[in-house]
Design a protein around this ligand. Structure first.
Ligand code: GLA
Length: 385
C-alpha cells in the first residue's frame, strides 16, 4: 500500500469520512550554512526522501481535529477560535499553528491525520515537514492565492509564534522549495533561491546521514542563546546582521578584553566563515572539480560549529572524527546542534566500512547505536493524491 493510501485509510478510521486529499512534505539536511539563516545569510539544504503526510478534510463544526499515526490514542480537538500559542502543545502544536495562521480561510475547521517517517528530534526538520504538509493542504483546499514563499512564512510563523521555537527560515524553505536532484542555494535576506545540481552518485560518492539518537529541543536552551549572542555581536559591530560583516578581520573590535567579548567574537566568526563556506561549496558544485572537493569545507564547518559556535556533542564529534579516520572526504554535524545528526561525504565503495567503524566507536564509547542512511536529494512539499 502506498504512503498516500495508508494516510487515507488511517483518516477514514479516525474520522469516518474520506479526506479531500493527501499531501506530503520532506525533512531536510543542510549541506552547509548552519545558523546563518537568522543572520540574513546563506544556506544550502537538500530535501530527504523521508516525509510527513497529511490527510486533510474541511469540517463545518468549527473544530480542528488532529490525529497522528505516531501518537496513537492522542486525539486533539480544539475549536479554531480557541487556538492560541501553546494550546494545543506537543506534536499537535505544529499543525494547529498552521491552522491558526490560516484560521480565516478555514472557519469551519479541519480534520488532519498525520503520518510520517522523518526521524523526530534528529535535527532533520520533522517539525517543518509537518507544518509544510498541512500548509500546502490548506492552500490547495482554501487559500489558492498563496504562493510558495507565503507558505514558507505561514509554516515558519507556526513554529516561531505558536510553538515558540525561535528558529530561522531554513527548515520551512527546504521542505517547501527543494527539488529532486538539487540542493537549494538560498539567500535568507532577500529570499532569492537557486537550484544547484547535486549529483553525488555520478561522482561515485554518497552523503550519509548519521543520526546519533541524541535529541534536542529548540524551544528551550542553547539555540535561543546563540541567536541572542549573534544579535548582540551585530549590534556591537553596528551592522543590521552578521551577514553584513565583510571578513573575519572586521570582528577584532568585539574582543574588548571581557569574557563576553571573547564569546561574541567566536559566535560571529562562525557566522562570517560559514557564509563563506556556503559560497565555496556552491562554487565547487557549479564547477568542474567534482563534488568530492566540498569535503574539506564540510569538515571545516564542523570545526567551526564545535569550537566557535560551541554546539556540538561528544557523539557528533566522535562521528565526525571516526568518519574522517575511516577515509571519508568530509563530515560535519548538522542542524541546530546539541544533539541530532551528522553528515558524512564518502566514496560509495567505503560506505559500509565507514558506517561500521562509526557504529563500533559508538559502542566502545558507551553511546547508543547510531542510525545511518544515504541522502537522496528529493522533492519538496507536494500533493500525493
Ligand atoms: C534549526 C533551525 C533552523 C536553523 C538551523 C541551524 O534547524 O530550525 O532555522 O537555524 O537550526 O542552521
Amino acid at each position: 500500500m502506498s504512503a498516500a493510501d495508508r494516510a487515507r485509510q488511517a483518516f477514514v478510521e479516525a474520522f469516518g469520512t474520506q479526506p479531500e486529499g493527501v499531501w506530503a512534505a520532506p525533512g531536510r539536511v543542510n549541506v552547509i550554512g548552519e545558523h546563518t539563516d537568522y543572520n540574513d545569510g546563506f544556506v544550502l539544504p537538500v530535501a530527504l526522501p523521508h516525509t510527513t503526510r497529511a490527510a486533510v478534510a474541511r469540517r463545518d463544526d468549527g473544530l480542528v481535529a488532529l490525529v497522528s499515526a505516531q501518537h496513537p490514542g492522542d486525539r486533539v480537538e480544539v475549536p479554531v477560535a480557541e487556538l492560541a500559542p501553546g494550546r494545543p502543545g506537543g506534536w499537535a502544536g505544529y499543525p494547529a499553528g498552521v491552522v491558526h495562521e490560516l484560521r480565516d480561510r478555514v472557519p469551519g475547521g479541519v480534520s488532519v491525520l498525520v503520518d510520517g517517517d522523518v526521524p523526530s528530534g534528529a535535527g532533520l526538520s520533522s517539525s517543518a515537514a509537518l507544518e509544510c504538509a498541512v500548509a500546502l493542504a490548506l492552500r490547495d483546499l482554501a487559500a489558492p492565492d498563496l504562493g510558495p514563499a507565503d507558505l514558507v512564512d505561514v509554516a515558519r510563523r507556526a513554529e516561531n509564534d505558536f510553538v515558540g521555537a525561535p528558529t530561522g527560515i531554513l527548515d520551512q524553505s527546504a521542505s517547501m522549495l527543494c527539488t529532486a536532484g538539487h540542493a537549494l542555494f538560498l539567500d535568507t535576506r532577500d529570499r532569492s533561491a537557486e537550484q544547484v545540481p547535486f549529483d553525488l552518485a555520478a561522482a561515485g560518492l554518497e552523503l550519509l546521514v548519521v543520526d546519533t539518537g541524541t535529541t534536542h529541543d529548540h524551544a528551550t536552551g542553547g539555540y535561543g542563546d546563540r541567536r541572542r549572542e549573534c544579535e548582540e555581536a551585530a549590534a556591537r559591530l553596528g551592522v543590521p546582521a552578521l551577514r553584513d560583516v565583510p571578513d573575519v578581520a572586521a570582528l577584532a573590535v568585539l574582543d574588548d578584553g571581557t569574557a563576553e567579548g571573547a564569546v561574541l567574537l567566536r559566535r560571529a566568526r562562525h557566522i562570517v566563515t560559514e557564509n563563506a563556506r556556503v559560497l565555496d561549496v556552491v562554487r565547487v558544485l557549479r564547477g568542474s572539480d567534482g563534488p568530492a572537493a566540498i569535503g574539506p569545507v564540510l569538515t571545516a564547518g564542523h570545526a567551526s560549529l564545535r569550537d566557535d559556535f560551541q554546539i556540538s556533542t561528544p557523539e557528533l564529534d566522535t562521528c565526525v572524527a571516526t568518519a574522517l579516520e575511516a577515509g571519508a572526504a568530509g563530515a560535519r554535524m548538522v542542524g541546530g546542534g546539541f544533539g541530532g545528526s551528522a553528515i558524512v561525504l564518502v566514496d560509495v565503495r567505503s560506505t559500509s566500512g565507514v558506517a561500521r567503524m562509526i557504529a563500533d566507536r559508538f559502542a566502545q564509547a558507551g553511546f547508543g547505536a547510531p542510525r545511518t542512511f544515504a541522502v537522496v536529494p528529493s522533492p519538496g512539499a507536494r500533493r500525493l493524491g
